[in-house]
Design a protein around this ligand. Structure first.
Ligand SMILES: Cc1cc2nc3c(=O)[nH]c(=O)nc-3n(C[C@H](O)[C@H](O)[C@H](O)COP(=O)(O)O)c2cc1C
Length: 503
């Protein structure tokens, strides 16, 4: 018998065994499917019905890579993501042939190109803004694009490390998110905004109340520049932070001050802040305690909240009583985990609320006192320039920097299975995320953003990004023609009873 025929026989036996095993598995699946009562499709179409679940899962990947057009995916389309990826990798950002944007589409933003754009030699770097001018330690920065809140817990250790170093390299701030302050936030040496969520993670006492001593010691870190009270988050207004038990590791539990391996669910609001007066009291208390600028974050829901708040501030005195900043999040903001109903349908969009809130603050003469920070899918230079034109002092983003970290929009932040290591605590998935390399990517992204918003400003004939105003942009209406941004928003405000002053 030749060697060839022995190998052939062995091969044939292996194939036969595998076929037999496959047959046994199919028979086993068949019996299991017809006997179960949970899934109609599997019961009616045993074995073959299983392909539905496989294809449903694979469909999201196929759509992303093969079928979805450049500008049709949600939450972020390929064109948006590609801009961030190119910026983060510092590869050629130019495109060829022409725009793929349909500029007749209503709400498209068109910048008012000046016939004599600002020459490079006449351009300037972004001007400085001081937040909280009346507190003991005001915060002054020129960075108009910064990293929004993402808690340690929702995102992984290497992701926080990369963001911390990346923020330091690019000179922007990093918001800690509601999961407390960890050594990884401090590691890169960047400026930090410390966020207090409704569970007061990291600054809570045994009963979950704010522990002044803990907050004071956190605020004593020189890197902590401001304190933000999270009233609500765009993706889930009326729902607190949700961190599934699988993500509550020992380290995360100790940073938050909670038990290991149990779901970490924050209350759906602050038990100690139930009205405007309590909010202003809290802000004043924390500002006195820490000496640093204090503000709050919320998504606007269309109540008379802003009138009530502004009237109360004016009554108490803007210098002492006003929040130093307001972070306005968008109803379509991102999250680590949220119920679909809130994710999809609760809270107004930043495109609607930013102009209305800015105008409301101007109406009460508070715009100069309260800085406005805008967020919600503002991840490309056009989005950021839009917000600056409207009147925002700062823009922050969470998912933009996530793309810079390598996020592929796998939409698995609520599980422990993020394939890019950003929102998982599984070491085997985290190993692909090199904090040193990704810190450079984050820094490149932030710096490219600043640079390209500057390019838009120069095209509009002003020297730097912060000189952009409403006269530098136009908005396309339903007729397919554009009108000046100012006119567009005043008309929208007139028609919007949500923000009309109560009689
Ligand atoms: C993974 C993840 C975690 C987040 N964690 C927080 C948080 O702890 N606190 C908070 O106020 N917002 C949190 N957010 C919301 C963002 O800070 C931001 O407001 C929102 O995503 C809108 O910005 P974007 O569109 O640039 O992502 C989180 C978002 C993501 C994607």
């Amino acid at each position: 018998m030749s060697v060839f025929s022995i190998v052939w026989d062995v091969f044939a036996i292996i194939i036969l065994v595998l076929l037999m095993m496959a047959l046994v598995v199919v028979v086993w699946m068949y019996i299991a499917d017809v006997r179960q009562t949970q899934h109609t499709i599997k019961r009616n179409y045993p074995v073959i019905g299983r392909f539905r679940y496989i294809f449903e899962h694979l469909g999201q990947f196929f759509r992303q890579y093969f079928y979805a057009m450049d500008r049709e995916e949600m939450p972020f389309n390929r064109a948006q993501r590609s801009w961030v990826y190119r910026a983060a990798k510092k590869v050629d950002g130019t495109l060829a042939f022409g725009s793929t944007v349909n500029t007749h589409q209503p709400c498209t933003v068109l910048f008012v190109a000046h016939p004599f754009p600002t020459l490079t030699e006449d351009s300037a770097s972004a001007s400085l803004v001081t937040v909280g001018p009346y507190c003991r330690e005001p915060y002054t920065t020129d960075a108009f694009f910064n990293i929004s809140a993402m808690s340690f817990g929702a995102i992984s250790r290497p992701a926080v490390q990369a963001l911390s170093h990346g923020a330091a390299k690019s000179g922007c701030w990093l918001n800690t998110g509601e999961g407390g302050l960890s050594p990884y936030h401090l590691e890169g040496g960047c400026d930090l905004v410390f966020q207090i969520g409704s569970a007061k993670y990291g600054v809570r006492d045994g009963q979950g109340h704010l522990d002044d001593a803990r907050l004071k010691s956190i605020a004593e870190h020189a890197q902590v520049k401001m304190v933000e009270i999270k009233i609500s988050q765009g993706a889930k207004p009326g729902k607190g932070g949700i961190l599934p038990a699988v993500k509550v590791t020992e380290e995360i539990a100790s940073t938050r001050g909670i038990p290991v391996g149990e779901d970490s669910i924050s209350p759906n609001g602050h038990p100690d802040i139930r009205n405007v007066d309590q909010l202003l009291d809290r802000i004043q208390h924390i500002r006195e305690l820490t000496g640093k600028p204090v503000g709050f974050k919320l998504v606007v829901g269309g109540t008379s909240f802003f009138d009530d708040m502004c009237a109360a501030i004016v009554h108490r005195g803007a210098r002492e009583a006003a929040p130093d900043f307001i972070s306005l999040d968008s109803g379509d903001g991102g999250t680590g985990a949220a119920p679909q109903s809130l994710l999809d349908h609760a809270g107004l969009n930043i495109r609607e609320t930013l102009p209305l809130v800015i105008d409301k603050l101007k109406e009460y003469d508070l715009k100069g006192r309260i800085s406005v920070i805008a967020s919600g899918k503002l991840i490309t230079p056009v989005d950021v320039a839009w917000a600056l034109c409207v009147g925002a002092d700062f823009v922050v983003s969470a998912r933009g920097p996530m793309f810079a970290l390598g996020c592929i929009q796998a939409m698995q932040c609520n599980k422990n299975t993020c394939p890019t290591g950003i929102t998982t605590h599984d070491p085997s998935l985290q190993k692909g995320l090199d904090p040193a390399l990704k810190a450079d990517r984050v820094a490149n992204y932030v710096l490219s953003m600043e640079q390209e918003v500057g390019v838009i400003a120069h095209s509009c004939g002003v020297r730097e990004a912060r000189e952009l105003s409403r006269r530098h942009a136009r908005i396309v209406t339903e007729l397919g023609q554009s009108v000046p941004m100012d006119e567009f928003y005043s008309k929208a405000a007139e028609q919007n009873p949500v923000f009309r002053r109560p009689d």
